[in-house]
Write a protein that binds this ligand. Sequence first.
Ligand code: NAP
Ligand code: ZN
Length: 352
Amino acid sequence: MYKTKAYAAGSATSPLASTTITRRDPTEHDVQIEILFCGICHSDLHQVRNQWSNVMPTVYPIVPGHEIVGRVTKVGSAVTKYKSGDLAAVGCMVDSDGTCPQCKAGVEQFCPNMTLTFNSPDKHLGGVTYGGYSDSIVVDERFVLRVPSNLELAGAGPLLCAGVTTYSPMRHWGVTKGKKVGVVGLGGLGHMGVKFAHTFGAHVVVFTTSPNKKEDALRLGADEVVVSRNGDEMKKHAGSFDFILDAVSADHDINTYINLLGRDGNITLVGAPEKPFAVAAFSLLFGRRSLSGSLIGGIPETQEMLDFCGAHNITADVEVIPIQKVNEAYERMLKADVKYRFSVDMASLKSE
Ligand code: NAP
Ligand code: ZN
């Protein structure tokens, strides 16, 4: 075991602060990575503040972070895919049983024994796993991903969660040329959703509560932008969408969006607000519409997404910050004031 620097929260009401954590020495199948950048996901904030206590209560101290890119510093004797010096990435998962039908199908995110990158029981050291707001991490090579060399690293981190979480449902629901696609909430996930839907050739409409994001939405690849608090603008799109991705982090009326779907249209929730929704049955009945959810993406699809981003030169639009600004970044995220992902330059942790 060895010690490494990290930022952790000690309770649901304390700010994140500098600390030291213990990591395992790499076993034969492990890759040790020096973390260069880690994106800040709204899920980090939900869990630091224990907002998902019904589903996955937070164990403190919590070290969040699951949008990790860095450089390999050491590999175990049985590791074949990585060597010291390689660029590498880690997303939301660090382990799974590898034997269940979900793992065999390459959708490890649905494995009943999957280990999340943080706040999940740690099979090696006991306690819980610690995430990417840290100097280094040790991960089984099956959960390490390859970063295309042309991608700018600070913007590549967020692909590991915001990227795959939006790429996966769009692939699953057949977002292609000729489809009308909505993206609700232009935050970290939403802005990646816009980039993917646009690159897949769809007609993209962004729904935002922030009128000041209109120009950015168009620049990111939207064909139209609707300020969702404007009822008349919303009505113009009634019954017209093939697919809508809902990436909102807070309470909102989902029925408004269900009513924008056409026949057999689907709305997929990726946003995970703290409180349950009310869904009006009739908005689904008319038009045989469907409402579904989607959770990150499996390892093969995450690699496929990274390679797709390499081929199309897609990264997140990031504001790079030092780790010392993480608490301020959380407050800004709550005000929808992120353009469009914070990426922590982990070199800043060295001065702690
Ligand atoms: P984010 O960057 O904070 O973006 C959320 C966006 O939602 C905001 O920028 C804002 O966009 C909109 N919004 C915020 N409050 C709103 C309100 N009260 N009413 C309507 N719109 C509101 O968050 P994120 O990191 O993209 O994450 C979004 C959600 O997805 C979070 O709940 C997160 O936990 C979840 N998530 C799920 C998965 C998964 O696997 N399913 C993976 C990662 C994250 P506008 O300014 O454009 O309105
Ligand atoms: Zn995330």
